[in-house]
Design a protein around this ligand. Structure first.
Ligand code: XUL
Ligand code: MN
Length: 344
């Protein structure tokens, strides 16, 4: 019997609809209400930024932070949910204006590491051992504005400091090539795993691959996942979709390119992803036009598309696949995949 997948998303995936050109269009949904929605939508795992779990985390003592995180764990348990990961949100604080770990200001770099240690404390209290680093402002608007060689060394120092702070924590780097920066450091999973290999404890550093981010880097998300899977380093995914090289769209999984979505499900299946126990995260956003009462459909729909494509991946005629590969007849394989997806 194939192992089942389990699904997660973050509270930010139910949002008010603001974009860079317009204000919010939907009322705020409270954290408690969002938690209630998880199971109804078919999800078991909650992804957190540190301040999703403990608001104003910087203004609280370490003891207070741990106490509040403990209370959140109780709330999760009450809903039958578990925490998947905690990500330090360094990109909204004024101290992180020029990046955290790679800021030119050493005080900002120290703050970023301290805050990340607090995020690790929160993860521990929430009962999870995974930290995600999306390196939002760790990059530049103009190349000359940071000493890039040092900046990469500072990134490694920050990762080592977090690993040393918590001997159990694992770090999954979520690469993204741009936005908000013109160019971000560590734009691909190749960069992430190269950095991981140089960490003080390489086996505790891996990756999270987001569909849209790989596409923005001009790469195929399923091959990026395959690269991480081949090293046993795919510790989470952010499935969504992206219609070409534009702003990070976080569209419903499969909504721009169904075959590309199929390929991601296929590679997760072939890589034994569910057996690793990792979650399938859906980092999707509702369209701004969506009315408040149906602004969670993008989550349920993404999961539904994933499961439909899983069915397609599991029901594809693998004898035909072997025959096509053996004959080097990729034209026949191409049509077989298309017809399988079209149901003809
Ligand atoms: C940014 C992004 C974030 C991270 C979590 O593009 O994907 O949602 O996944 O902070
Ligand atoms: Mn993401």
């Amino acid at each position: 019997m194939p192992v089942d997948y389990h699904f997660s998303f973050g509270p930010w995936n139910i949002h008010e609809g603001a974009d860079p050109f317009g204000p919010t269009v939907r009322p705020t949904v409270t954290f408690a209400k969002k938690l209630k929605a998880y199971k109804q939508l078919g999800f078991d795992g909650v992804q957190f930024h540190d301040d999703d779990a403990v608001p104003q985390v910087d203004s609280k003592t370490a003891a207070q932070v741990r106490k509040e995180a403990k209370a959140v764990r109780k709330m999760l348990a009450g809903e039958g949910l578990v925490a998947e990961f905690v990500a330090p949100r360094l990109w909204e604080d004024p101290r992180g204006i020029d990046g955290g770990y790679t800021a030119n200001d050493p005080k900002a770099r120290r703050w970023a590491i301290d805050r990340s240690k607090r995020a690790a404390d929160i993860a521990r209290e929430l009962g999870c051992d995974l930290m995600v680093l999306w390196l939002a402002r760790e990059g530049t608007y103009i190349r000359e504005s940071k000493p890039a060689i040092n900046a990469h060394r500072w990134l490694l120092e920050a990762i080592n400091a977090i690993l040393k702070h918590d001997p159990k924590i694992r770090i999954a780097i979520e690469p993204k090539p741009n936005e908000p920066m013109d160019h971000a450091y560590i734009p691909t999973i190749g960069h992430a795993l190269a950095l991981a290999s140089r960490a003080c404890d390489p086996k505790r550093v891996g990756g999270l691959i987001e569909t849209a981010h790989a596409i923005l880097a001009g790469l195929d998300p399923s091959d990026e996942m395959a690269f991480a899977l081949s090293a046993g380093k795919l510790w989470s995914v952010h499935l969504n979709d992206q219609n070409g090289l534009k702003f990070d769209q976080d569209k419903t999984f499969g909504s721009a390119n169904l075959r590309r979505a199929f390929d991601q499900v296929w590679v997760l299946e072939q890589g034994g992803y569910p057996q690793t126990g990792a979650f399938v995260g859906l980092d999707v956003k509702a369209m701004r036009t969506q009315k408040a009462e149906s602004a969670t459909l993008h989550l349920a729909n993404s999961r539904r598309v994933f499961l439909a494509l899983l069915d397609k991946a599991r029901s594809f005629d693998m004898d035909l696949w072997r025959q096509c590969i053996g004959d080097r007849d990729y034209e026949t394989l191409d049509l077989a995949i298309l017809e399988h997806l079209m149901g003809v």
